[in-house]
Write a protein that binds this ligand. Structure first.
Ligand code: FMN
Length: 490
């Protein structure tokens, strides 16, 4: 009974939702009538909507509290489940408190104001209506701030939400949903991320599409879906990812061992499926004597990567039969070097032989194919299992997003890859493995959420494994990265 009193069922018989809960929290004369609480600069609604961008760099300039109030007032005029309005906001403009928030997550160390958004912990949990209500409020605030010449940035990566709550003195009963950073933008908003096209994400009356799988398993992805996903990620969000130092080191080892610095005469290099082009950019910088082409699934991604190299690479199509008008496949037997790095891993197993056969087709008879992949006979899968543990990020996107393998991914059995190569007309000339132990930067990154004790143990273990990595033969047998130098066998 007590439970019933504390948590009234908001749904009256018949399933209608009341406009306001009976005996609402305020008396009628106290009710807010819904007028802006400050001057409203003119801005067309549509301009306000489409010009809003996440702003992550702010001027070192305070924001008047009246303006922050105006933004929060726009927020509380968002809809909420049953109009319960169980949100509580704490606007932090005290630099000392912001410093404490910034220590929990660097994301909160950027703006002069951080608005901590909370909602009644056990209100409207059904269908996450509490989160939906708070999100509507945040979006209202973001749009209002835009009209007022302010920038915002929606933060869910706030470290430990409970610590954020404690830092601003919210009681346990409030659940921190997100933080909205607010301030004057340092730079005018650039065009910023785009959106997937309307026709790809909306349907009339009945769903008629093929959804992007919520799965990191390559077998669940068709080539078309991979093309759609990678184009969207590369063009809309992954432009500025930085290379991971341990991957760059592996790439440099490959170039050192298998890629001549000074080819004889005019030489051509084809990089197949570079995706974001992080590795291509570095290869082209390290091997300037070659003329580069890249082959990708869509012209947009191919051109995006091609523009990352100096001089710009040629943009080519893969697979060859999927080429569009004016987007041609690479010429046959034309390349001195063909690279394909960490790409077999994102293809469904049945699609891998065709990719390898194309590499064989494009390399010159006396040229070389350099294939790189992540070995299943290494510690790699273990690091993936560790990823989401101990408060680490959860969600399939954390497997699908990292460069250079944007998309699904599975490590591969080296013997199986060599069998596939033989079947595709490629002979193994040389092979080597690199990094049989996680590299120090990766260990530091992966253990950042561990308790100090567990972190010390993990780092010590990393040192022992690092010593093993120096033993002859160990990286070749157990290295995470495996590289093959291949030639055409016919
Ligand atoms: C629920 C949600 C959570 C977000 N969390 C973060 C975050 O923790 N860190 C961050 O940098 N951006 C975050 N963002 C901002 C998105 O990255 C951003 O909205 C997206 O890239 C589109 O860019 P735009 O806002 O400029 O249109 C978040 C956005 C939403 C809606």
């Amino acid at each position: 009974m007590a439970d019933d009193l504390e948590k009234p069922d908001p749904r009256p018989a018949g399933g209608d939702i009341p406009d306001e809960p009976a005996g609402g929290p305020r008396q009628a004369r106290e009710l807010d009538e819904g007028r802006p609480v400050g001057p409203t600069p003119p801005m067309d609604f549509w301009e306000a909507l489409y010009s809003r961008r996440s702003v992550r760099k702010f001027r070192d300039e305070p924001v008047a509290r009246e303006l922050v109030d105006q933004v929060m007032h726009a927020g509380i005029w968002a809809p909420s489940s049953c109009n319960y309005q169980m949100w509580d906001l704490v606007a932090v403009d005290d630099p000392e408190v912001n410093k404490k928030l910034g220590a929990l997550s660097l994301q909160m160390a950027n703006a002069p104001v951080n608005i901590v958004v909370s909602y009644g912990r056990e209100f409207s949990e059904e269908a996450w209506a509490n989160v939906q209500s708070a999100s509507a409020l945040i979006q209202n605030m973001s749009l209002a701030a835009n009209v007022l010449g302010l920038g915002t940035f929606w933060i869910t990566q706030m470290g430990d939400a409970e610590k954020v709550r404690e830092t601003v003195g919210l009681p346990f009963d409030r659940l921190v949903i997100a933080v909205l950073a607010l301030g004057y933008p340092q730079h005018p908003a650039k065009q910023g991320p785009k959106r997937r096209p309307l026709g790809q994400v909306t349907h009339w009356n009945h769903y008629a599409g093929e959804p992007i799988p919520s799965s990191p398993d390559p077998a669940d992805w068709s080539p078309e879906l991979l093309a759609i996903y990678q184009r969207a990620r590369v063009l809309n969000g992954l432009r500025h990812n930085k290379p991971r130092p341990w991957e760059t080191r592996a790439l440099l080892a490959l170039l050192e061992r298998f890629a001549p610095r000074e080819p004889a005469g005019e030489a051509r290099w084809l990089d197949v499926l570079p995706c974001t082009g992080i590795l291509t950019e570095r290869m082209a910088r390290e091997r300037q004597a070659y003329r580069f082409d890249v082959a990708e699934r869509t012209p947009e991604v191919a051109e995006f990567v091609a523009r990352r190299t100096r001089p710009a690479a040629g943009a080519r199509a893969w697979p060859p039969d999927g080429a569009a008008e004016g987007f041609d496949p690479p010429p046959e037997a034309a390349y001195d070097v063909v690279t394909c790095l960490f790409r077999l891993e994102d293809l469904a197993p049945g699609d891998r032989p065709a990719l390898l056969a194309d590499l064989a087709r494009w390399v010159k008879p006396e040229g070389r194919v350099l294939l790189g992949f992540v070995s299943k006979r290494s510690f790699h899968d273990w690091t993936e299992r560790m990823r989401a543990r101990r408060g680490g990020p959860k969600g399939v996107e954390y497997v699908l997003s990292p460069d250079p393998n944007v998309g699904p991914f599975e490590s591969l059995d080296p013997a199986g890859v060599e069998r596939l190569c033989a079947g595709a007309g490629l002979r193994v000339e040389e092979r080597f493995g690199a990094q049989a132990a996680p590299q120090p930067e990766e260990l530091a990154f992966r253990t950042r959420n561990f308790s100090p004790g567990s972190r010390r143990v993990a780092l010590a273990l990393g040192k022992v494994l690092g010593a093993l990595d120096a033993l002859p033969g160990v990286p070749d047998a157990r290295g995470r990265f495996r590289f093959l130098r291949l030639s055409r066998s016919s």
